[in-house]
Design a protein around this ligand. Sequence first.
Ligand code: GAR
Length: 192
Amino acid sequence: MRIVVLVSGTGSNLQAVIDAVTAGALDVEIAAVGADRPGTFGVERSAAAGIPTFVVDFKAYPDRAAWNAALTETVAAYAPDVVVSSGFMRIVSAGFIDAFGGKYLNTHPALLPSFPGAHGVRDALAYGVKVTGCTVHWADAGVDTGPIIAQEAVAIEDGETEESLHERIKVVERRLLVSTLASLAAAHNGRK
Ligand code: GAR
């Protein structure tokens, strides 16, 4: 199963995928890693791992439609079976998702449909929920919407900050992303 991973930042979830592949624990091929802006650590660490990388800079296009078209063309060149949004902080078009047969996987640091958006951890803390978590789902063209594949809960502790909570969620999220990809790869390889 070939995957293209999209990132906007650090890429620690991506690193968990790279580590699992390197360790022989995850049977996927990371065809490429791409970002929506230059200078992300996610792309830097991928290049260091010998993975092809690309940037389709949102700011370099006149409008969202032009950026979507460029992103679609660039990702399609790697012929992925699944595209993974791993901390990719931009909404893609329905056309992008259709181009990959709807196989656009997203990971989110909250128990969807609660607290979608760019600040899922902050919003859960502000609301005062006692339990939050993470979600891996097939994304549609909405903001963190689409069929849920896997979720895991994380209890919020007293005195928690956004940073401490996000880091504890990410520990779970990385494992959930890797295990979801492993299940998808097993099903994909079984079909071959
Ligand atoms: C992850 O927690 C991911 O769920 C979140 O960004 C973080 C990226 O961390 N994505 C969203 O909030 C999408 N709405 P990473 O760059 O260290 O993998």
